[in-house]
Design a protein around this ligand. Structure first.
Ligand code: MG
Ligand code: ZN
Length: 226
């Protein structure tokens, strides 16, 4: 048992070292970076599609799209207008790690990028342990899931800075309760910034876009101040 725990620690500290390198490169280029995490099917790709479709005219957006077996999501997001998309097909692995990201990073034109999204593999467990060099993790949850997800996967909600609640157009068709999910999430992480959206109807997306614009502007300012 001790051997296994030691090995895991070693893998994670190597990951942290690589993530710190990635973070340095992103900071040097003033690229704001968000790591999107969720269960499968909560709508990360739809959120990215809507976001990139709306903001591609004003922000230079890049994307690293992780997927277990296919590059389908990456293809969808190129169509939405992402400037530069790199798929990572993990070949079975249930999370992205910093090594995978650092391998594709040199292929991205970071000097001409404002915002980089990393779409993680759909999984609320191990992606919480792997720092990818992002500024923040954004956890996406949908109203078709249980509103106790934050309690079941506390590490993910603790390590995320933003929670996007998607599919609010479907509220009322299940027992999912908005007040419950928010109370559960805030009991884990009181500082979470929360957005209620429907990628299908577009409801709530403007506030998310406004937050992204401010986040990118802040990052640029930080770079000039440094
Ligand atoms: Mg996806
Ligand atoms: Zn995993």
């Amino acid at each position: 048992m001790t051997g296994k725990i030691t090995l895991e620690k070693k893998v994670l500290s190597e990951n942290d070292r690589l993530a710190a390198e990635i973070r340095q490169v992103l900071n040097r280029n003033g690229v704001a970076a968000l790591n999107l995490v969720s269960s499968p099917g909560s709508g990360k790709t739809s959120l990215l599609e809507k976001t990139i479709g709306a903001l591609a005219g004003e922000l230079r957006i890049g994307l690293i799209a992780g997927d277990v077996q296919t590059d389908n999501d990456a293809v969808r997001l190129v169509k939405a207008g992402a400037r530069m998309v790199r798929p990572i097909v993990t070949g079975g692995a249930c999370h992205l790690d910093a090594r995978m990201v650092s391998r594709v990073l040199p292929e991205l034109d970071l000097e001409n990028m404002d915002l980089l999204f990393v779409e993680n593999v759909g999984n609320l467990v191990c992606p919480s342990s792997y720092d990818l060099g992002e500024d923040m993790k954004v956890v996406v949850i949908s109203t078709t899931e249980g509103d106790d997800k934050p309690l079941k996967y506390p590490a993910m909600f603790r390590r995320s800075s933003v929670m996007v609640i998607n599919k609010i157009d479907l509220l009322g068709t299940s027992d999912f309760d908005m007040e419950n999910v928010k109370a559960n999430a805030r009991s884990i992480n009181a500082g979470l910034t929360i957005f209620d959206v429907s990628c299908r109807t577009g409801e709530g997306l403007e506030s998310w876009f406004a937050w992204l614009r401010a986040f990118v502007a802040e990052k640029k300012q930080g770079m000039h101040g440094a």
